[in-house]
Design a protein around this ligand. Structure first.
Ligand SMILES: *[C@@H]1O[C@H](CO)[C@@H](O)[C@H](O)[C@H]1NC(C)=O
Ligand SMILES: *[C@@H]1O[C@H](CO)[C@@H](O)[C@H](O)[C@H]1NC(C)=O
Ligand SMILES: *[C@@H]1O[C@H](CO)[C@@H](O)[C@H](O)[C@H]1NC(C)=O
Ligand SMILES: *[C@@H]1O[C@H](CO)[C@@H](O)[C@H](O)[C@H]1NC(C)=O
Ligand SMILES: *[C@@H]1O[C@H](CO)[C@@H](O)[C@H](O)[C@H]1NC(C)=O
Ligand SMILES: *[C@@H]1O[C@H](CO)[C@@H](O)[C@H](O)[C@H]1NC(C)=O
Ligand SMILES: *[C@@H]1O[C@H](CO)[C@@H](O)[C@H](O)[C@H]1NC(C)=O
Ligand SMILES: *[C@@H]1O[C@H](CO)[C@@H](O)[C@H](O)[C@H]1NC(C)=O
Ligand SMILES: *[C@@H]1O[C@H](CO)[C@@H](O)[C@H](O)[C@H]1NC(C)=O
Ligand SMILES: *[C@@H]1O[C@H](CO)[C@@H](O)[C@H](O)[C@H]1NC(C)=O
Length: 524
């Protein structure tokens, strides 16, 4: 039988005792002042909202199964967890138990300086009579974590007792909702203050967002390449909620249950999500439409351990702004120009799909002559005939293709940023754009980065005779070299750009966990 009791302060006041007798007896725990009450006592006095329940409606704290509860100001709620002595992390002389919690919502006007929920925990059941017997810690930024260890010899039936106490509040109806998760194996709730998703580009009504490198993580295997098994969800919030999570920003639950405009979890139809290897390595991308123009949004990437009900991790959010007009149209996942994912000049005459293939086919046909030339150059045959010991013909072909895609498919913006070329309809540098595409609106062209061109010179045999224009770099920044700029200064197409928001490629290893691991090591 699993024990979990969530009693209101009212019940404690009325009875002076804490829990139902029969359950305590089951566990053989000494209760100094057993309460003489019928079996219905608990049900009669504890109203449903104040009783901690698992999401499936059953009660009890189980391994890696968080419990949701709502607590009023000054209330105390009680939980217990039976330690499983045949599983989990630990050593021959002790068991380790990870306790984590998330505040999902709290009274709106609380600040960082206000007291948050307090958690007491102990292996001694007497703690429920006297909380001071337990260890104590607070929620902070909506997050709680603690590591409890019990000597393996002490008690075969070790039980971890947990009490959660809400602070006093001048508003008697103030309530917090929270989740507590206990595990002998890992932290049920986690957070990571690095941003692990980044914006690829936007147009007037949509945005493309991509995660970090998934293939870098040991936890990512081929079965994960099925998008329906993805653990990541993206939540888009209106910018007016910028400060909404300021005090709960480490809480997965708060982000998940907050007033998001939409999320890939609850509105999968509004998102196109897939895996991509653009830029090297596997990433998950989210294309979201239905946005308003010239509007700022906040995006939160979260990861779930197993859907909504078993905890997860939250990463640092990022902001983005949609473009000001329909002059640009965001395209990605091109068949030939597979490294292209950005907004291109729009034309009302073409749909997004038509635009995509129009550009892609154009680049493919231009490439055809290059591959004919390449076939006449001895490549990859032997070390002697290869043009460079470090570069192969594939490198050359790749670099040429990326450069060709970058110059054939102009990157479009509605922002007037130094270095962007203002382009009126009919005034493109590229006559094919004027004649075939015939854009309707003025846009700014983000010119290709010089290093996209320099890659060809570096990777291709000299006999192909490539050279790059010698730009005056103080005037035009054709390099992707200023990571502090809010917007890119030139258009990079290829695999090795350092994009400004690329976070370290790690996966679900967070500071919280690292912290716990250090603790574990210290304890062992
Ligand atoms: C304890 O853990 C073992 C190994 O994971 C598992 O087989 C067993 O069912 C668990 N016992 C309980 C009571 O959950
Ligand atoms: C629990 O705490 C009480 C009060 O400090 C103490 O008397 C009792 O021995 C403790 N029980 C165990 C099993 O340690
Ligand atoms: C918070 O708001 C409630 C009602 O909205 C109010 O009663 C209470 O005094 C406020 N508390 C603080 C600290 O401002
Ligand atoms: C939440 O805010 C705190 C304090 O500002 C900060 O230290 C922490 O890194 C933030 N967490 C995330 C996930 O960004
Ligand atoms: C992906 O997973 C879903 C659900 O498990 C399954 O129905 C589908 O066949 C899988 N797709 C592939 C390509 O394996
Ligand atoms: C992503 O991870 C893979 C596998 O570890 C690695 O080969 C690749 O270079 C990484 N890509 C990036 C952009 O870091
Ligand atoms: C777009 O703007 C309208 C009107 O201001 C607003 O009702 C709607 O929620 C906004 N939608 C998004 C996705 O921002
Ligand atoms: C490809 O080469 C042929 C023959 O040299 C030439 O006629 C044709 O215009 C070239 N195509 C492109 C797209 O440059
Ligand atoms: C764009 O910015 C430049 C430099 O700030 C300015 O000279 C130019 O007039 C601007 N163009 C438009 C259309 O606002
Ligand atoms: C680059 O342009 C700036 C500003 O027009 C000029 O002062 C400078 O001499 C130019 N540098 C070179 C190397 O041409």
């Amino acid at each position: 039988m699993h024990l979990i009791y969530a009693l209101t302060a009212m019940v404690s006041l009325l009875s002076g005792v804490i829990a139902r007798v029969d359950a305590w007896v089951d566990l053989g725990i000494d209760i100094n002042q057993p309460m003489e009450a019928g079996d219905n006592f608990f049900d009669d006095f504890v109203s449903d909202p104040f009783r901690a329940k698992r999401k499936d409606g059953s009660e009890g704290l189980e391994e890696f199964t968080p419990i949701s509860a709502t607590i009023g100001q000054s209330e105390i709620q009680y939980f217990s967890f039976n330690v499983n002595t045949s599983s989990g992390i630990g050593s021959y002389y002790e068991y380790l138990i990870f306790i984590t919690g998330n505040i999902c919502s709290q009274p709106a006007n609380l600040t960082e300086d206000d007291p948050s929920l307090t958690v007491y925990y102990s292996f001694n059941g007497s703690m429920f009579q006297n909380l001071e017997l337990g260890d104590m810690d607070y929620f902070s930024s909506g997050y709680f974590q603690a590591l409890a260890d019990v000597p393996a010899t002490s008690n075969v039936n070790a039980v971890l007792y947990i009490a959660v106490q809400a602070p006093e509040n001048t508003d008697a109806s103030a309530v917090w909702s929270y989740e507590m998760g206990v595990s002998q194996n890992d932290l049920v709730f986690q957070w990571d203050d690095r941003s692990w998703a980044s914006l690829v580009d936007t147009d007037e009504i949509s945005a493309l967002i991509v995660t970090g490198n998934l293939s870098d993580s040991s936890g990512f295997d081929s079965s994960d390449y099925n998008i329906s098994h993805s653990r990541y969800s993206l939540f888009i919030y209106s910018h007016q909620y910028k400060d909404y999570f300021r005090v709960l920003n480490n809480s997965w639950c708060a982000i998940r249950s907050g007033p998001a405009l939409f999320s890939s979890d609850s509105d999968p139809d509004l998102f196109e999500s897939s895996f991509t290897t653009r830029g090297g390595g596997w990433q998950q991308q989210f294309y979201v439409g239905g946005l308003n123009k010239s509007t700022q949004y906040i995006a939160y990437l979260i990861s779930d351990f197993s859907g909504r009900d078993f905890g997860g991790a939250v990463y640092q959010p990022f902001e983005f702004k949609t473009m000001d007009s329909g002059a640009c149209n965001l395209i990605y996942d091109l068949d030939f120009c597979d490294q292209v994912a950005y907004s291109v000049p729009n034309s009302d005459a073409y749909s997004k799909e038509e635009l995509k293939s129009l550009f892609d086919d154009r680049a493919r046909s231009l490439y055809a002559n290059f591959s004919r030339v390449m076939q006449q150059i001895p490549c990859d045959e032997s070390d002697v005939s290869a043009f460079s010991p470090f570069r192969t013909c594939d490198d050359c072909a790749d670099s040429y293709k990326n450069w060709l895609c970058a110059v054939t498919i102009p990157r479009c913006s509605t922002r007037n940023i130094t270095g962007y070329r203002e382009t009126e309809p009919g005034d493109s540098r590229n006559s094919w754009i004027n004649d075939v595409l015939d854009p309707d609106l003025m846009y700014y062209e983000m010119l290709p980065c010089l290093n996209v061109c320099e890659a060809i010179v570096r990777d291709c045999p000299a006999e192909l005779g490539f050279g790059c224009p010698n730009f005056n770099r103080t005037v035009l920044s054709y390099y992707w070299e200023d990571p502090d700029e809010e917007y890119p200064t030139c258009n990079f197409v290829g695999k090795t750009a350092t994009t400004k928001s690329a976070a370290p490629p790690r996966y679900l290893v967070n500071y919280a966990l690292a912290f716990a691991t250090v603790l574990v090591l210290a304890l062992l």
